[in-house]
Design a protein around this ligand. Structure first.
Ligand code: HEC
Ligand code: HEC
Length: 353
């Protein structure tokens, strides 16, 4: 079942010999993989190298500062929670729990999505309530069940008490009279997040290397398109570019009203941002409430509630195999935890209350 693309490239008898692996010299060679199926390529795109934003140009200085802030627990009330507590960079940007524990171990209502490949989406959070990673970064620090800082001013007092940070803000935001601002803090973290991309074998395939996916993965990709997953999961992130109702075809049991709580529009009840599927084999448990552990189960749920289809067990396996090919390489050097600047004499003590 080769695509028209492959027959164009490997034409005639020579092509047949190639495909059958009759290539002389011992005859043990395997048939070369056919080139990527154009139908497979059309709906997706390789990941960008960086997820840029004109509003927050990425500079090395901002990124270096943002990386430190990302790992710094001193930005939390009891100085024991950082972004990395819930979005572990060496664990695909997730904590692997249904919902995450923040200040005093309190649990939030939703599953922590990954920070990898997140900045390129139309908006942030399951309900899309923040437009970009810069706006998003301001939320968790002040969220009472996450990092629980009482105010932006309190966060800035901590940053200003750490001499190394005062210097680094000045370098990262040159020419500003007062560079230590909450906006700049969010911009630095955002700039760091904009380079959290994880290219995978799927990207190599989309760029023309037919051998980058196995036959099973290609079959799974065919199924993924045939059953209609790509009506929602498409583009470079296989999602992240539209909102859809969870339970489009059959009502899905959840109390979370999703996007309608943000927009006030009843028609968007139970709508969520369609999540991207990059690294999805590594980012369970799944769905906005983290209620589903197994990827096979999510694929069946998607078939039933989003498409009104029962996906056969062997097809589920093939789709899951394809989803596994979306697992990319973690940028280990980029995410290495940096040495944090030491506290100063005025740095507040942790507040466990
Ligand atoms: C206590 C756990 C916790 C901490 C700490 C935390 N987050 Fe999150 N994060 C979450 C949860 C839960 C969500 C989803 C919430 C929602 O959608 O309503 C989320 C969502 C996000 C998203 C949106 C991703 C997407 O696909 O929509 C980004 C980006 C993010 N967090 C980055 C950060 C950064 C940066 C920090 C540190 C400043 C941080 N988080 C701190 C739990 C946490
Ligand atoms: C009508 C749009 C739509 C279609 C079609 C659709 N999905 Fe989804 N998908 C969503 C939405 C919305 C969510 C998030 C739902 C939630 O969290 O409650 C989601 C979640 C997922 C998740 C969980 C991701 C995570 O990080 O938790 C996976 C995996 C997934 N879909 C795969 C598929 C597959 C495979 C198909 C085809 C069988 C498919 N989807 C079809 C909209 C869709």
């Amino acid at each position: 079942m080769f695509s028209s693309g492959s027959s164009k490239i490997i034409g005639g008898a020579a092509g047949l010999a190639l495909v059958l692996g009759i290539v002389g010299c011992g005859g043990t060679e395997e048939a070369p993989a056919p080139p990527p199926n154009p139908r497979h390529v059309a709906m997706f795109a390789p990941l960008p190298e960086v997820m840029e934003s004109p509003a927050n140009p990425i500079t090395e200085e901002k990124v270096d500062l943002g990386r430190k802030l990302y790992y710094d627990t001193r930005l939390s009330k009891n100085q024991d929670v950082s972004c990395n507590t819930c979005h572990l960079l060496d664990n695909w940007g997730v904590d692997g729990k249904p919902t995450s524990a923040g200040h005093k171990g309190q649990l939030g209502p939703r599953n922590s999505p990954t920070v990898y490949n997140a900045a390129g989406q139309i908006a942030q959070f399951w309900d899309g309530r923040e437009p970009d990673v810069e706006a998003q970064a301001k939320g968790p620090i002040l969220n009472p069940v996450e990092m629980a800082m009482p105010s932006e001013e309190a966060v800035l007092r901590v940053v200003e008490s750490i001499p190394g940070y005062v210097e680094e803000f000045a370098v990262a935001f040159p020419g500003q009279a007062n560079p230590v601002t909450y906006d700049n803090l969010a911009k630095a973290i955002g700039a760091f997040e904009r380079k959290l991309v994880t290219p995978s074998r799927f990207d190599a395939y989309l760029k023309g290397d037919g051998s980058a996916l196995t036959a099973t993965e290609r079959r799974g990709l065919d199924k993924f398109i045939d059953v209609g997953c790509t009506t929602c999961h498409m583009g470079p992130y296989l999602g992240g570019n539209l909102y859809q109702k969870m339970g489009l075809v059959e009502p899905y049991p959840t109390e979370d009203e999703g996007r309608s709580a943000v927009t006030g529009n009843e028609a968007e009840k139970y709508f969520f941002k369609v999540p991207g599927l990059r690294n999805v084999a590594k980012t369970g448990p799944y769905l906005h409430d983290g209620s589903i552990d197994s990827l096979e189960e999510v694929v069946r749920i998607m078939g039933r509630y989003q498409l009104g289809k029962t996906i056969k067990p062997d097809e589920v396996m093939d789709i899951v195999a394809f989803l596994g090919a979306l697992t990319g390489d973690l940028p280990m050097d980029y995410i290495k935890q940096p040495e944090l600047p030491p506290s100063g004499p005025d740095t507040p003590a942790p507040d466990p209350s």
